[in-house]
Design a protein around this ligand. Structure first.
Ligand code: B12
Length: 214
């Protein structure tokens, strides 16, 4: 792996505010060296964040430290976003995206949003901790082809079922795609979601399939 990607992963993993402040500079340096945004994201930023996740699980670090890393990742994504969405993109449709009620994780959702934007979708991002009625309201207002739900906690997965139920009750047949670390294809089928995306790349493929089926 290139030195600069290792540097990015190590700094993000340090969870130390002083050291982490250099991450955005390293991301710019990696771009200058000709690395692609995808490489920087996968092998630098997400490699570092995954090590953070391991330490968080082992109670070696706590929420404030994870937030320092998450913020650095967010700032780095602001630098990468224009590179991932540039070009003559054909408008392919609209997607309402949000993390379900009770859940504040948004790194994965934001990444999915960036990739879908790059693939030509207009993104209506409702943010995190979004109750089912807000998804329904946003679908009524914006008339999207697709709604995307994210959940990172096993305790909030069930909210996805509520959102799907709320769409049925409201008489809306907008396609719903779900994703997030604890989500599986089996769970998606069980709750009646139209698709499941395992990661941001898969989300782009599955959304394209849903749009083609319309
Ligand atoms: C960062 C983080 C946080 C940050 C979130 C910051 C932020 N702005 O998002 C903070 C510190 C706030 C946090 C808080 C908590 N967290 Co947390 N967190 C994480 C951590 C370390 C990384 C998650 C992440 O961003 N991953 C990187 C992204 C890129 O991956 P991803 O989210 O999976 O997304 C990809 C796919 O899943 C998919 N995808 C995601 N969304 C969608 C949507 C669609 C439509 C599609 C198609 C695909 C898709 O595509 C994405 C890109 O490839 C994980 C550990 C881990 N390894 O996952 C724990 C983790 C998720 N957290 C956990 C816990 C327990 C908590 C807390 C309850 C801790 C506490 N005691 O308070 C709180 C809950 C707060 C709340 N109400 O939500 C547990 C969950 C355990 C469980 N089984 O439920 C984990 C797994 C850590 C652990 N092993 O214990 N957390």
């Amino acid at each position: 792996m290139s030195d600069i990607l290792k540097e990015i992963a190590d700094k993000l993993d340090s969870c130390d505010a002083q050291s982490i402040s250099g991450v955005t500079g390293d991301v710019k340096e990696a771009i200058a060296q000709g690395l692609t945004p995808g490489e920087i994201l996968e092998n630098g930023l997400l490699a570092g964040l995954s090590r953070v996740g391991v330490k968080f699980k082992a109670d070696e670090i706590f929420i404030p430290e994870v937030l320092i890393s998450a913020r650095a990742l967010h700032e780095s994504m602001d630098i990468l976003r224009p590179l991932m969405t540039q070009g003559d993109i054909k408008h392919r449709g609209k997607i309402v995206l949000g993390t379900v009620k009770g859940d504040l994780h948004d790194i994965g959702k934001n990444l999915v949003g960036i990739m879908l934007e790059g693939a030509g979708l207009d993104i209506i991002d409702l943010g995190t901790n979004v109750p089912s009625d807000k998804f329904v309201e946003a679908a009524r207002e914006n008339d999207p082809e697709i709604v995307g739900l994210s959940a990172l906690l096993t305790t909030t997965m069930i909210e996805m079922k509520r959102v799907i139920g709320a769409f049925k009750s409201a008489g809306l047949n907008t396609r719903i795609i779900i994703g997030g670390a604890p989500i599986t294809k089996e769970f998606a089928d069980e709750i009646g979601a139209d698709a499941y995306g395992q990661n941001a790349g898969d989300a782009v493929e599955k959304v394209a399939e849903l749009l083609a089926a319309d």
